[in-house]
Design a protein around this ligand. Structure first.
Ligand SMILES: *Cc1c(COP(=O)(O)O)cnc(C)c1O
Length: 363
């Protein structure tokens, strides 16, 4: 095996911690004495039963998930949850959304198929350069839930607080790109969900954390069985075959997070990595940060030179310098450095050195 590793700034699927990959490699052909890879194992086998139960227990420990919440390991990506959220939570047929980016907007559009959806806030006019303050949120007191995208992966903005909702309106958050990056008070949320491929593991797994009392209004007689959270909870994510290998890798990632000091340590590292980049961006005028200062993401740092030609040159030359996927999303342009938990501080140091040199060479 080659030991070449590039600093991969991909927005997702993205870097995994090296010890996780090494352990997975060591267990690839014989996991826990079973004589087989986790990929080859029946999801109903004893070894696999241990893997999925340990993974759930580790997630509960790491995130401090209260006992009255169910943890579901599902498929279909965060995108399928855009539909599953309204399908499972609509009682009166009303829900409110903060539209702060492409994924929030897609979730909003999907929800509109199921009921009366009110836009509680939108930053579309500013090309999604910021998230709202609490005071800007216009949430209906009789909404079935209020929905946010906690970190806007494409634009590089992030909620720095847990929004308050009117009494009885559960808060629902897509945390695909910032879950496991800081301690979260789960009890403030009705539902937290995340596609795994940003900060938890490989693509193919979606984690849903849902407060028990919110289950039970799914119209199972007319909607697909597979999207019923209550049924999936009752069957412990084993109604059908779960994404077995991705769950196993999540277990290894959680083991690594705990070995590093848990979510407080992850938050410290996230502050450090993003702070290094924002401090530099604020100290010069060759590059401009895209996101509004009070909305900046610790996970996805977006910036541009102001010239499409130079942005393209940056993307190209950074690859040659040993860094990949720094090109911004096509809807924003410029550059984006995605710096999730697995990105070492050295990767950001290397990016900073490159940015400084590129600026000097192209002033
Ligand atoms: C990547 C991403 C999605 C889409 O996830 P899929 O797993 O591709 O469906 C949704 N929301 C956020 C915040 C994301 O970062």
């Amino acid at each position: 095996m080659s030991d070449f590793r590039i600093y991969n700034f991909s927005a997702g699927p993205s870097m995994l911690p090296l010890p996780v990959l090494e352990k997975a490699a060591a267990e690839m052909t014989n996991c826990q004495g079973s004589g087989m890879s986790v990929m080859e194992m029946s999801h109903r086998s004893k070894v696999y039963d241990g893997i999925i139960k340990d993974t759930e227990a580790a997630l509960r420990r790491v995130m401090g998930i209260p006992d009255n919440y169910k943890v579901l390991f599902l498929q279909g990506g965060a995108t399928l949850q855009f539909a599953a959220v309204p399908m499972n939570l609509m009682k009166s047929g009303k829900a409110d959304y903060a539209v702060t980016g492409n994924f929030a907007n897609n979730a909003y559009k999907e929800a509109k198929k199921f009921g009366d959806i009110h836009v509680a806030f939108s930053s579309k006019e500013g090309n999604f350069d910021r998230v709202p303050t609490q005071a800007e949120l216009d949430i209906r007191p009789d909404a079935d839930y209020f929905y946010i995208c906690a970190n806007n992966t494409i634009y590089g903005t992030e909620f720095g607080y847990d929004p308050e909702t009117p009494a009885g309106v559960p808060l629902v958050a897509d945390m695909s790109s910032n879950i496991l990056s800081k301690p979260v008070d789960v009890s403030k949320y009705g539902v937290i969900y995340a596609g795994a491929q940003k900060n938890m593991g490989p693509a193919g797994l979606t984690v849903v954390i849902v407060r028990e009392d919110l289950l039970g209004s799914y119209p199972a007689e007319k909607y697909p069985t597979i999207l019923d959270w209550k049924l999936m909870a009752e069957k412990e994510s084993m109604y059908n075959t779960p994404p077995t290998y991705a769950i196993y890798i999540l277990g290894l990632v959680l083991e690594w997070v705990e070995s590093m000091g848990g979510l407080t340590a992850m938050a410290g590292l996230a502050e450090k990595r993003s702070g290094m980049l924002y401090d530099y961006l604020d100290s010069q005028d060759f590059y401009k940060a895209v996101a509004a200062k009070d909305s900046r993401s610790r996970m996805n740092v977006t910036f541009r030179t102001g010239s499409d030609e130079l942005d393209a040159k940056f993307a190209k030359e950074s690859v040659a310098a040993g860094m990949s996927n720094l090109k911004g999303h096509r809807s924003v342009g410029g550059m984006r450095a995605s710096i999730y938990n697995a990105m070492p501080v050295e990767g950001v140091e290397k990016l900073l050195d490159f940015m400084k040199k590129f600026a000097a060479d192209n002033q």
